[in-house]
Design a binder for this molecule. Structure first.
Ligand code: 13P
Length: 219
């Protein structure tokens, strides 16, 4: 197997993990990784996950020019590429249309630090203002948040979903999971009618110490 085939397989396997976790359905959402040569392996547009095969993953350059693949790259490629351009630490991006992310994004509620899942994803998780899905603006708008907050691993996209990033595919998968599960937990907490407790700076500092994390305190 050559490098591109290995990376296509890895993107495919992460995609299937996201399907199994019910974070992506039908053909909504998309997954990519940055390759050692600087090119990108990304899921194709509009191919249902139950028909997807490793060979269907598309290789493009960072401007979206197709290098290898029989399908077109994801319609959300600008979302992925713009984030790679501003965050050299990011080597994988996951975009989902998961239900709790869409729900909170549609009422423009950020996700506060109420649990370790959201903390690890960089909470408070902001909401990027609505842009038409599939446009370059989705990418430039989201990338501005990731550029401004180098510790940010997840972002809600208003009326659209979420995008999560990682140093590798596994971390991007975990961050997408953390954002969605964190949003679900926040939803259940709000259902009680009481105000969820937000962790204090001191409590967050304790978590950082406990897990020896490099992250700066959230503002
Ligand atoms: P694809 O173009 O990757 O199928 O994605 C659709 C989508 O997720 C729109 O946001």
């Amino acid at each position: 197997m050559n490098l591109y085939s290995i990376c296509k397989q890895q993107v495919y396997e992460t995609t299937m993990k996201l399907v199994d976790a019910d974070l992506i359905r039908l053909s909504y959402g998309n997954i990519s990784m940055r390759l050692p040569d600087g090119n990108i392996a990304i899921t194709p547009t509009s191919i249902p996950y139950d028909r997807l095969e490793p060979k269907d993953i598309v290789i493009t350059d960072l401007d979206g020019k197709k290098i290898e693949g029989h399908f077109n790259p994801s319609s959300e490629r600008a979302l992925h590429y713009e984030i790679y351009k501003v965050r050299s630490d990011v080597n994988a991006v996951v975009h989902t249309h998961s239900r709790y992310a869409i729900a909170f994004s549609s009422v423009c509620m950020e996700l506060p630090v109420i649990c370790i899942e959201l903390f690890f994803a960089g909470a408070p998780i902001p909401v990027a203002p609505y842009q038409c899905p599939g446009t370059a603006e989705v990418g430039t708008s989201a990338a501005a948040y990731f550029k401004k907050r180098p510790d940010l691993k997840g972002l809600l996209l208003q009326n659209h979903g979420q995008v999560a990033v990682g140093n590798d595919l596994n971390e991007a998968y975990q961050m997408a999971y953390n954002v969605e599960i964190g949003a679900e937990i926040y939803h259940f907490a709000l259902q009680t009618g009481k105000t969820p407790n937000i962790l204090t700076e001191e409590q967050v500092a304790d978590i950082i110490r406990q897990y020896r994390l490099p992250r700066a305190l959230p503002k």
